[in-house]
Design a protein around this ligand. Structure first.
Ligand SMILES: O=C(O)c1ccccc1NCC(=O)[C@H](O)[C@H](O)COP(=O)(O)O
Length: 217
């Protein structure tokens, strides 16, 4: 039997969402350390959420950073234990490699995919990262570099050899995630807006529905 598609719930910022992700069996939870985001948490808030127990299997904690300097990463890691750093800004391959080296943690680089030219960047980044998050490009004028509920053409990834483990993101919802997994051949998926009814506020029912749909796909 093929392993189930793995799931990351991004932008966890309250206990109900954290518990729902654990209970549903999500493999990763993402904490956004980017103050302009409505989903942002402080390192202390993330630590308190990650310390919650008795809610099922514990997911891997992912720290989402946007062009963070070393001091910021140090401040986060001083408070919360992370298993993966998600770099969601304009970090170069050299910067990704430097972060991986300095902090000794696996790095996932987020790349916006709009066409073939974006897929060519995968080879540039592959030696410097452990995983890719393939997301939609932010719409023109968007306030955030991710988490914008926008999808891209999933068929761009069909049959493609991606040089690192990867997850699909961008505009996924409990309703479309199974189709997206099939179209892209995604081994893992990431969601933020699609499990919110109000921007920045996760809905436990939608989290459960999303994880169930992805695991069953
Ligand atoms: O979610 C945010 O607020 C955010 C802020 C800054 C950079 C990235 C951000 N989110 C990135 C994610 O990991 C999202 O899950 C991914 O872009 C998909 O988002 P969505 O389309 O909302 O599911």
């Amino acid at each position: 039997m093929l392993p189930a598609t793995q799931v990351k719930i991004c932008g966890i910022n309250d206990a109900g969402a954290y518990d729902a992700a654990c209970y549903a069996g999500a493999e990763w939870v993402g904490f956004v350390f980017y103050p302009p985001s409505p989903r942002a948490v402080s390192p202390e808030q993330a630590a308190a959420l990650a310390a919650r127990g008795g809610t099922g299997r514990r997911p891997v904690n992912v720290g989402l950073l946007v062009d963070a300097d070393d001091a910021m990463i140090e401040a986060v890691l001083a408070e919360v234990s992370l298993g993966l750093l998600q770099l969601h800004g304009m970090e170069s391959p050299e910067r990704c490699a430097a972060i991986r080296r300095r902090f000794g943690l696996p790095v996932m680089k987020a790349l916006g995919i709009g066409g073939e030219e974006d897929l060519a960047r995968l080879a540039e980044y592959a030696p410097a990262v452990d995983r890719f998050l393939l997301d939609a490009k932010p719409p023109r004028g968007a306030a955030l570099p991710g988490g914008n509920a926008v999808s891209f053409d999933w068929s761009l990834l069909a049959g493609r050899e991606i040089p690192r483990p990867w997850m699909l993101a961008g505009g996924l919802t409990p309703v479309n995630v199974a189709a997206a997994i099939r179209a892209a051949g995604a081994p893992a998926v990431d969601v933020s807006s699609g499990v919110e009814r109000v921007r920045g506020v996760k809905d436990p029912v939608l989290i459960a529905a999303f994880v169930a749909a992805a695991h069953a796909a």
